[in-house]
Structure formats: C-alpha cells, structure tokens
Design a protein around this ligand. Structure first.
Ligand SMILES: *Cc1c(COP(=O)(O)O)cnc(C)c1O
Length: 387
C-alpha cells in the first residue's frame, strides 16, 4: 500500500497537544462551560478578541481545540471548525458562506439526510440546487451557472462506491470560480486527502470513522482561514458546537485512524474478492476491484478502496433479506464507520423513502446488500455471510 501521508501516523497521535500545568500525558478533558478571568481587564480583552484565550465552550474549549488542530494537520487544512454532528457541519458551511440566490451543484449520490437538508431547508432560504451524476464531469460543467458558488460531493459514494476524479473536477471548479466541497467521511484523510487534489473545503461526520467505535456524534469543517472564520462566526452565534467530551473521544479515535482504515480496507478487499467469485452474486461494487469502472481513478486518489462495499444478490429482495437474516456475527444496522461489521439492505432502509423509479434511476437494486467491513477476523465475516 502506498504511503502518501508523510508524518500522518505521528500527527494522528500528537498534533495539537497542549498540556496544562498538571503535566497530564493523555489529552486533558476540559468539561467546563465557561472560563474565569484574572480580573475585569482580562475579561474585557478576551471578549473583544484583543487577547486570545478561552471564554465560553460554545466557541472556545481547549479539548475541542486539540481535536480541531489534529484533524487540520491530518487533512492538510489551514483551519478546522468542529461541530456537533456531520449534519451541523454541512448546515454551518452553507449558512455561513451562502446567500439567497446562490446556486450549488450537488452529487445525486450523497447521504440521504444531506439531500433532505438541501431540499427542505437550504432551498427554503433561497439556495438553488442542481443534482448531477457524480462521475460525469460534463454534467458538472453543464449544470454550472454564473451564480454557482459550490460543488458538493462524497467520493466514493454510498452505497454504490462511485468515484469522481477529484483533480479534474477541482480544475473545472477553479476555471469556473466555483469552490469544491468534499464530504470525506468514507475515506478519511488516512486514505484520501482532497485538499492535496484541489478541494477547497472538507466536511466530516466524525461520528463515523474518526471516532471509529460508534460512541459519539460530531462533525467538522476544514479549509482556508478566510472561509473558516465565517463558519466560526456562524458556530459562535448558532451553537452547533461540539461537546468537549465528544472531542476527547474523537482524539482517541484519531490516534488509531490509520491502522483501523488500513486493516478495515484489507478486510474489505478480501471480502469483495470472495464475493466477486461467488456464483450467487450478480455484481460487486468496490473501488479496490479491477472490475470497478473508476478503478484507475480510485487507485490514483485513494491509498486503498476503503471499508464499504455493496453487492447484488441473485434473487432480489427475498434472497438479500435471507442472507442478512442468516448472519449471526454482523450487526444489522444502517450505520457505518465502526470496528464492528454492519450489514444493511439499502432499498428498504436508507433508500426506502425513494420511489421504485427513483431507486432504479439511482441503481439501488432490490437485491443490493451493503456491508461496512469492520475489524473482525475476515474469515469469520465470510463464514457469517455463508453465501
Ligand atoms: C453520517 C453521514 C453524515 C451525517 O453525519 P452525522 O454525524 O450523523 O450528523 C454526513 N455525510 C455522510 C457521508 C455520512 O455518512
């Protein structure tokens, strides 16, 4: 496996650390809503911003700050703003940086709740949204208007693991004076660094692989200081803030991010290879397989295929449900990004609100099963599937 991330492991464990006067070795957990000042003069200076320092944990907390600095180091971003969830990271970005009449081009294959946020809320405040097929660069170009401010996408997509060429799309974005936002939830910076490929803003649901063990909700927005200052002002005034406790849990998660992502990807390619040879499986979607339509792009921009794969079982929903119901080890849940392997049937869970026609259009077959591969011994996972 290529190691494109110089010093990544060291930064994962140590970046951003700041010790208190007690000399604690592990990162301190500052569970406090507010901070005290030496005198009235200091309070005034802190409030006016004349003097840096902590004021109130809605917008300044030392534990949250260590998490922000560590994730910024891992993504190669100037600044990181931590938020209460992945959804609030997306909300904060668009509320802070868009105004009524702005237009955004969005990949059709994004997290379902993100689609709801765009269509039901951001649109209500005057944001114009066009949805396009993720890998189709011509579609991104054709959808761009003079009011287009952002491109927004996830790559690989969920659950079909489609991929867009980030270098080419960021070149297009630059030529159109559009900023490129990448939700890097699936790969994390351990496998893909969109800023190095030309992206302007990174979004994270820290709830997934950054935590990695299914404990806490959180999110983050990363990018240039000039843009992040505006996101920070929104956070300060709206309160979509990350709890210091959750930030502390995520710090522990980041320490093992690379070894988890590498091992979970190794497990996923073994499972994908096994499934591809199985006569009961019609199709396997995984970017690490040579049969994947964007295999070469995946190879160029990711250090592995990631931990999520999906496959179509011959026999439709009935056959897919039978496989899911026979498993004893895997967790039947739509969540992902955990050390525990999860299995789900997209057509009747994550994509059940779509009509059959919309599902056909999105390529969500009734026989489709998605697995987010965890850290169990891979032969146990394969035996559990028992296909
Ligand atoms: C889960 C998820 C989100 C939303 O994150 P929450 O932390 O659940 O709010 C956004 N984007 C992607 C790709 C996700 O998987």
């Amino acid at each position: 496996m290529k190691n494109k991330n110089k010093n990544f492991e060291t930064d994962s464990v140590r970046a951003g650390i700041e010790r208190s006067q007690f000399g604690e070795h592990s990162e301190g957990l500052f569970l406090t809503s507010s901070f005290v000042f030496k005198n009235a003069q200091e309070a005034a200076k802190r409030f006016s911003g004349e003097e840096p320092g902590n004021v109130y944990s809605r917008f300044t907390n030392p534990t949250v700050k260590v998490f922000e600095e560590r994730l910024a180091a891992l993504e190669g971003a100037e600044q990181c703003i931590a938020t209460s969830s992945g959804m609030s990271a997306i909300l904060a970005t668009f509320m802070a940086l868009c105004k009524p009449g702005d237009h955004v081009v969005v990949s059709k294959s994004i997290f379902g709740t993100s689609v709801q946020l765009f269509n039901n809320f951001l649109a209500k405040w005057g944001l114009n949204i066009s949805f396009v097929d993720l890998p189709d660069l011509n579609a991104w170009e054709a959808a761009t208007t003079k009011n287009t401010k952002f491109y927004f996408l996830e790559t690989p997509s969920n659950p079909l693991t489609e991929i867009v060429d980030l270098k080419k799309l960021s070149q297009l974005a630059k030529s159109k004076k559009v900023k490129l936002i990448v939700d890097n939830c699936f790969c994390t910076p351990a496998l893909q660094k969109p800023i190095d490929l030309g992206a302007d803003i990174i979004i994270h649901s820290a709830t997934k692989y950054l935590d990695g063990q299914g404990r806490c909700l959180g999110g983050a927005v990363l990018g240039k200081k000039r843009l992040m200052n505006q996101v920070y002002t929104f956070l300060r005034n709206s309160g979509v803030s990350l709890s210091p406790f959750n930030a502390w849990v995520f710090l522990k998660g980041l320490e093992t991010l690379k070894i988890r992502m590498d091992q979970q990807s190794d497990n996923a390619i073994k499972l994908a290879t096994y499934l591809e040879k199985n006569k009961n499986i019609a199709k396997v979607y995984y970017p690490g397989l040579k049969s994947h339509p964007q295999y070469n792009t995946a190879l160029a921009q990711q250090s592995s295929g990631g931990a999520v794969l999906s496959f179509v079982v011959k026999g439709g929903q009935k056959a897919a449900w039978k496989i899911i119901n026979k498993t004893k080890l895997m967790s039947i849940t739509a969540n992902l990004g955990d050390t525990k392997t999860t299995i789900t049937h997209p057509a009747t869970t994550t994509h059940s609100r779509l009509t059959q026609e919309q599902r056909d259009d999105a390529g969500i077959d009734n026989g489709l099963v998605r697995i987010a591969v965890g850290l169990e011994y891979i032969d146990d996972i394969i035996a559990d599937l028992n296909i």
